[in-house]
Design a protein around this ligand. Structure first.
Ligand SMILES: *[C@@H]1O[C@H](CO)[C@@H](O)[C@H](O)[C@H]1NC(C)=O
Ligand SMILES: *[C@@H]1O[C@H](CO)[C@@H](O)[C@H](O)[C@H]1NC(C)=O
Ligand SMILES: *[C@@H]1O[C@H](CO)[C@@H](O)[C@H](O)[C@H]1NC(C)=O
Ligand SMILES: *[C@@H]1O[C@H](CO)[C@@H](O)[C@H](O)[C@H]1NC(C)=O
Ligand SMILES: *[C@@H]1O[C@H](CO)[C@@H](O)[C@H](O)[C@H]1NC(C)=O
Ligand SMILES: *[C@@H]1O[C@H](CO)[C@@H](O)[C@H](O)[C@H]1NC(C)=O
Ligand SMILES: *[C@@H]1O[C@H](CO)[C@@H](O)[C@H](O)[C@H]1NC(C)=O
Length: 661
């Protein structure tokens, strides 16, 4: 009796395994995204719906035709529905057929009454519309998928991705007429300090002419995420994808795996057959019932997981960041003066309240932006992905009626300048608060410079761009403006100088040269301002100094740096921290950008209790503090000569003695 139980268990195991493998075989394609605007819908039971359903059946039953692409129509004018599917170029007919079959029911589940729809899976895309979509390029909506794994040298990696992708795209676009517009490429890429293979894929629907395919691929390639270890952009007419693993299979054979045998052979053990005949059905029924429940539950969970996570990607769509102009107008009470929070270099800022009671800050950009709509959108999408608790979150944008509007999270408290320069308010921030604020600002800038997927130079760091939330945690605002305004990023020379006099590094103010070190300079000015409560610009000390920087330097040289400290703070402060911050501030405002520390070093030094710092050299005094916006030429010349006449070694000796650690 025992051996019969074992046999039955074995049988059941085999049955279960077969069921399991059947379930695996029937695994649905990996869903990525779908778009079907619910602004245009058809009435239920309409002719259009009937035609749409016919179309989907027709696409499904022609899933193995047409070399992975097939277009067809259903119904007549005015209820004609145009539909097509496209399978990934490397997939076999059977995989393609399975995907299309699944998609044709899935799309009507996701978009029950929508007039036009697209659904994307790993394996295929399916699309229908009431307009003739054949041979017409559609780059939008573009769905960007990325992940957040870190890469050591993002800039290099991104340029390698762009290079490989652009070659792949050219190859796909120039495929022979009638062939699939599909190409893949492998290349060595240098990231995480070692070389790994990068796999790239580009594909258009083959009904597009070469020039349209090329245009579409260039558009989506331009939208690829930056600094992401994997990425793809989906659009109705074309898509690109790169990964660090092989995700396509060029050797796919058309043979589907044979169905597994359901039960093993009898092997002449007929003596057991009666027992089995009686026991097996009952036991099998119970066991199968339990196992089926378990499997179904498991299967559902797996299915949902794939759908919920979008195969491990984060998703940003341009659509999800768009706000209606009417919504914004209502939220800000038609941009009323009562709601005006301030005016910045790039436009006016208003407070608003959305219908769901969420408070927002609305920045209405001045019309000077040289960027087109498309670039503006692309940049906003990139900026909106930046998330750090010391950066103000960008919620979205609005581009309507010639307006360019950015929507930010609303930060309740005022900006830092209000607390540090206003004699009535300065008491609210004691030294330990100020020290924390300095550290947090540094971390926010570090994120912009190195940790985010983009490399962003702020270019207009100043006290009024640092907002304080309810806990007095600083949040940097106005970052990415240079990108949004289409001014060349990362490093270089620009003729359009954005920034605020008093905070701009000499090389930027004088020659338009900017780099991360120009932000470091502005940070240094900010630190000295936070310590002293004095503005670098509008400096009215009579101590023979023309601005805050030279004043701080003078005190440092005279070995009495602590006199810089705002009198309001003098009762309770850490001598060590204040000295460290003054020294860091002076290191940041040194004339030669190469001498200034990086933000990473600054954050490191701020976190250490006892940090060894080099001695600052004489800062550059570029700007006459009382000339608003005019660039004095004489200042630079005289200062250059003083810099040369003062060897830094002398400073090092004298001041090291003063502050031994
Ligand atoms: C369209 O979708 C949005 C968001 O999903 C929803 O808020 C809105 O009510 C929908 N409109 C219609 C007409 O179904
Ligand atoms: C659509 O037709 C079905 C059956 O033909 C019917 O049961 C259903 O009530 C109809 N729906 C509408 C909204 O007319
Ligand atoms: C596509 O499938 C439909 C059935 O839905 C069939 O009538 C039609 O002939 C097929 N098209 C081609 C070109 O075979
Ligand atoms: C598919 O699209 C082409 C244009 O690209 C068109 O000429 C052809 O008639 C379409 N096929 C069907 C079955 O509608
Ligand atoms: C990526 O991040 C992990 C943990 O956050 C870290 O251990 C690893 O060193 C990082 N890799 C690179 C290349 O920065
Ligand atoms: C690869 O990247 C590492 C780290 O960024 C760098 O040190 C190395 O020089 C790079 N190698 C090449 C060949 O680019
Ligand atoms: C594809 O198959 C060919 C011959 O069977 C083989 O030489 C080639 O290496 C295979 N390529 C891949 C990517 O597996």
């Amino acid at each position: 009796m025992q051996s019969s139980t074992i046999l039955i268990t074995l049988w059941l195991l085999v049955i279960v395994l077969s069921v399991l493998s059947l379930i695996t075989e029937a695994r649905p394609p990996t869903y990525l995204w779908h778009v079907c605007p619910n602004t245009t819908t058809f009435p239920r039971n309409s002719t259009y719906q009937a035609n749409r359903d016919t179309l989907l059946t027709s696409l499904s039953s022609n899933g193995s035709r047409g070399n992975g692409f097939y277009n067809t129509t259903a119904g007549r004018n005015p209820d004609t529905v145009y539909g097509l599917f496209l399978c990934r170029g490397d997939l076999s007919t059977s995989v393609c057929q399975a995907c299309v079959t699944f998609a044709s029911t899935d799309i009507s589940r996701r978009c029950p009454v929508e007039i036009a729809a697209v659904v994307w899976y790993d394996e295929c895309l399916l699309r229908y519309s009431d307009e003739n979509i054949f041979s017409a390029v559609a780059e939008e909506p573009a769905i960007i998928l990325f992940n957040t794994q870190n890469i050591s040298d993002q800039v290099r990696f991104d340029s390698q991705v762009q290079e490989v992708m652009s070659g792949t795209a050219t190859q796909a676009a120039n495929a022979a007429p009638g062939a699939k517009k599909f190409a893949t490429r492998e290349a060595d890429a240098n990231f995480t300090s070692s070389f790994r293979t990068l796999y790239a894929l580009a594909q258009c629907t083959p009904d597009l002419p070469t020039s349209d395919c090329d245009r579409c691929l260039r558009y989506v390639t331009g939208n690829l995420p930056r600094g992401s270890q994997r990425g793809r952009v989906l659009s109705p007419s074309c898509n690109v994808r790169y990964e660090v693993y092989l995700f396509y299979n060029l050797n796919q054979t058309a043979v589907a795996s044979p169905p597994p045998p359901l039960v093993p052979e009898g092997n002449g053990r007929r003596s057991w057959s009666i027992i089995i005949a009686i026991v097996a059905p009952i036991a099998a029924f119970i066991l199968l019932f339990i196992l089926t429940c378990w499997l179904l539950k498991r299967g559902t969970r797996k299915y949902n997981a794939t759908h919920g996570e979008n195969a491990g990607y984060d998703i940003t769509t341009i659509e999800s960041l768009k706000y209606d102009f009417t919504t914004i107008e209502a939220a800000t009470d038609k941009f009323s003066d009562a709601n005006k929070l301030g005016k910045g270099g790039f436009g006016e800022v208003y407070k608003g309240i959305l219908p769901n009671k969420q408070e927002i800050a609305v920045k209405r950009l001045s019309r000077g932006s040289g960027q087109g709509t498309e670039e503006f959108e692309n940049e906003v999408v990139l900026i909106a992905k930046l998330q750090h608790r010391n950066l103000v979150s960008v919620l979205g944008f609005c581009l309507e009626r010639g307006e360019k509007i950015l929507v930010y999270e609303y930060v309740p408290n005022k900006s830092l300048d209000y607390f540090i320069f206003d004699r009535a308010e300065e008491g609210q921030l004691d030294w330990s608060r100020r020290y924390k604020i300095i550290g947090r600002i540094a971390r926010g800038i570090l994120y912009l410079h190195e940790d985010s997927r983009l490399r962003i130079i702020h270019r207009d760091l100043k006290a009024s761009n640092i907002l304080l939330d309810g806990d007095m945690t600083p949040q940097i605002s106005d970052f990415g403006m240079a990108r949004i305004f289409g001014i060349d990023q990362t490093q270089g020379t620009t003729r359009k100088i954005v920034g605020t006099y008093g905070y701009m590094s000499p090389e930027y103010a004088m020659h338009g040269q900017f780099s991360m070190k120009s932000d470091v300079y502005s940070f240094g000015v900010l630190v000295l301002e936070i310590i002293s409560g004095l503005r670098n610009r509008d400096f009215y000390e009579t101590d023979g100094a023309e601005d805050l920087i030279s004043y701080a330097w003078k005190l440092w040289k005279d070995e009495r740096p602590l006199e810089l400290l705002n009198p309001v703070l003098r009762n309770d402060y850490s001598r060590n921290e204040v000295t460290k911050c003054i020294q860091l501030g002076l290191l940041c405002v040194q004339e030669d950008p190469a001498d200034r520390p990086t933000m990473a070093t600054i954050v490191l030094k701020l976190n250490r209790h006892s940090a060894k710092l080099p001695m600052p050299k004489q800062p550059a005094f570029v700007l006459d503090s009382r000339t608003d916006g005019r660039m004095p030429d004489k200042g630079l010349e005289s200062d250059q000569s003083t810099t040369q006449s003062m060897p830094s070694s002398i400073n090092e000796v004298s001041i090291t003695e003063l502050y031994p650690r």
